[in-house]
Design a protein. Structure first.
Length: 439
């Protein structure tokens, strides 16, 4: 999503969605957001469900975190706390012991977050056909056969949709977030190879050829991707490239540009594209980001109502998955599931590279979690919500309040959390000034 330029007189403004280099601690969440990952409640780890919802006090603990301000696409994250993928996992379900009857993704009932429809009856409880929050795996899955027929077929899962090299066959499937809520996008497949390729390219309900363009308005919030390509037989040249690309504008910008052109046709002819207004036809095509791709593991595929019947054959599922456990649906025994016990460092959210300074106060004093008054707010910059991972508030004096993240101190002078070295400079400066005044 490249920057777009507007000029107003002598002032040039560049607007660009935020780009992030997410680290391991910035875990993915069900609303497409990221964990802050700076300790305490901002780390993705298993905590009591009752901290955020009194009705869920007796439910299974699940991993959640305080979220970062912006989501994967640079838009404001709509929730302060969210279900997240713990370290070492590729996906997560809020109630691992429950049974889902369809894939984890963006469904019509909740297009703003990832969910999966639950079974109406699960033997030990009655779900009433409700939806469960979840976070699906990223990427696409499939197989590749290279030009060298002596090589074995390559299988992949969780890959970015950008396949290069000398290929004889390629089969790819997955799902695509179309970003309809915040952006207007065009999508296209690009396939480079010799004539005679047998191709089936489809995005949502649309069959396509290489170079065909599909507008996001013609797709649902989450669209199916399918690619099947068979190259010409040897000794003819194999194909070399298959890619899914997008061309995006912020929501409504394209319509506003078209309206401006119609309202000021003489001015438009005078200045031309790119002179005084952005040239919306020149927005570059870019590769689709990994954050927009979700693949369906094999044990989920048998439940998918696929538009082209390519994935409709029953596939043997693996045990232990919350999906596809038909044999367990009507049993009386509740499957056991235990989340891994977080380490002591993870529970404390501690960073051992910082030292505790006696002059450093980390307590901010603003509420971030208060069930009684229904307060659930994200703490400010360089701050983090403090919870001890349980709904028992007696063991923590500052439970439910914002505090500075590790290595930062609250400064009354600067009205915020500042790094320890800055705090030390402020303290020394104040002591020096006080001493001079006393003399």
């Amino acid at each position: 999503l490249d920057p777009q330029v507007r000029k107003d007189g002598d002032i040039e403004v560049r607007a660009q969605p935020a780009r992030f280099d997410w680290q391991e601690g910035h875990a993915r969440t069900s609303h497409g957001c990221r964990c802050k990952g700076v300790g305490f409640a901002s780390d993705c780890r298993v905590k009591d469900a009752g901290i955020l919802n009194k009705k869920e006090a007796d439910d299974e603990p699940y991993p959640w975190c305080e979220t970062a301000d912006l989501d994967d696409m640079g838009q404001p994250c709509p929730v302060a706390f969210d279900l997240c993928v713990p370290p070492g996992e590729v996906s997560v379900y809020k109630r691992p012991s429950e049974v889902c009857i369809d894939y984890c993704g963006r469904h019509d009932a909740h297009p703003e977050k990832d969910t999966c429809p639950m079974a109406a009856a699960s033997g030990w409880s009655w779900s009433g056909g409700k939806d469960m929050e979840c976070v699906p795996p990223q990427g696409v899955s499939g197989t590749i056969k290279r030009a060298d027929f002596s090589q074995e077929e390559e299988h992949f899962e969780g890959s970015l949709f950008n396949f290069q090299g000398r290929m004889r066959t390629l089969s790819v499937s997955g799902r695509l977030l179309t970003l309809k809520a915040a952006f207007d996008c065009n999508f296209r497949f690009v396939v480079e190879g010799p004539p005679g390729l047998e191709m089936q390219l489809s995005l949502g309900p649309h069959f396509m050829k290489s170079g065909d363009i599909i507008d996001s308005n013609e797709l649902s919030d989450e669209a199916w991707i399918e690619v099947d390509i068979i190259g010409p037989p040897a000794p003819l040249e194999p194909f070399n490239l298959t890619r899914l690309e997008q061309q995006c504008w912020r929501k409504g910008e394209r319509e506003r540009a078209e309206a401006d052109e119609k309202s000021q046709p003489a001015y438009s002819k005078l200045v031309g594209p790119g002179m005084g207004r952005p040239d919306y036809n020149a927005v570059p095509w870019q590769m689709v980001r990994i954050e927009q791709l979700r693949y369906t593991p094999k044990w989920e595929m048998q439940h998918v109502d696929h538009p082209h019947d390519i994935l409709s054959k029953p596939i043997q599922h693996t045990s232990g998955s919350p999906m596809g456990r038909e044999a367990e649906v009507l049993t009386d025994k509740k499957p056991a599931h235990k989340w891994p016990e977080p380490s002591r460092v993870a529970r404390q959210g501690a960073n051992q590279t910082y030292k505790d300074l006696w002059t450093c106060s980390e307590f901010v004093g603003e509420k971030c979690v208060d069930l009684k008054h229904k307060v659930f707010r994200r703490c400010a910059q360089n701050q983090v919500c403090e919870t001890n991972g349980t709904s028992d508030k007696s063991s923590k004096e500052h439970y439910g309040f914002c505090r500075c993240k590790k290595g930062f101190c609250f400064s009354w002078t600067l009205k915020g959390c500042v790094p320890q070295p800055v705090h030390a400079q402020v303290v020394v400066s104040k002591l020096f000034n006080d001493t001079m005044l006393n003399k």
